[in-house]
Design a protein around this ligand. Sequence first.
Ligand code: NAP
Length: 248
Amino acid sequence: MGVLDGKTSLVTGASRGIGRAIAMALAEAGSDVALNYFTSREPAEAAADKIRAMGRRAEIYKANVSNPDENDEMVAKLLDDFGPVQVVVNNAGITRDKSFVKMDRSMWQEVLDVNLTGPAMIIHRLIKPMIETGGGRIVNITSIVGQMGNFGQANYAAAKGGLISLTKTLAREFARKNVTVNAVAPGFIETDMMADVPESVLDQVRNVTPIGRLGKPEEVAAAVVFLASPAASFITGEVLGVNGGMYM
Ligand code: NAP
């Protein structure tokens, strides 16, 4: 028996990295999983196959989460396939780093669109059927950068900080509808997103992280499963840091 038996979860950006680990962990906890991807079709298929091998249902959905039409199409298909979802994990995210004076408008807009407007649109489309069928859990993947700020990431910090504020507001709006809304704020986690970060910077990160290392996607996924589980029923509007103590 898993804590999420009988539930259906949507995970955006589930083809790689943290999102893939979240999809696996939700399935291990008993949930069927709808996996959103944007460009990495084969990895998304492979993740879905792995979930099916666990005996859960899994389907993949291509959509750029910042595109309203693609979101509409994805949500229509997934409601058709699974019915209402009980767990929504807004994980898809991008960075486009530059010091603020060199950051152009398109870098700003793209990061805000994917990391903040995308999650808002997806919640907007899924919340009604979720409420009408008894409620559910929303978990937004923000970042330590949304809590602390970071040099060269004004766009990303603004988007992730905005996602924290969105989380708290929706937690208030949906609290009496049996929907909790929480955020998980990873520190520096070993994924492709870290691939362009120079080793010297990662060394500095290790130095200022009390636990002394980067995190693993599975460590973020465990926090998401907790927030989606019955054990977290009285937690809403919370930002759960998974950062090795880098921000406390
Ligand atoms: P990653 O390895 O770069 O993977 C990003 C995922 O997001 C991929 O599955 C990608 O899908 C998807 N994605 C990107 N743009 C998309 C779009 N427009 N529409 C739909 N999907 C899109 O990133 P990660 O490190 O796992 O990060 C996952 C989340 O954690 C992000 O929100 C990130 O900001 C946050 N985070 C990461 C860290 C870290 O240290 N890694 C720290 C704090 C927060 P495709 O490959 O299919 O295009």
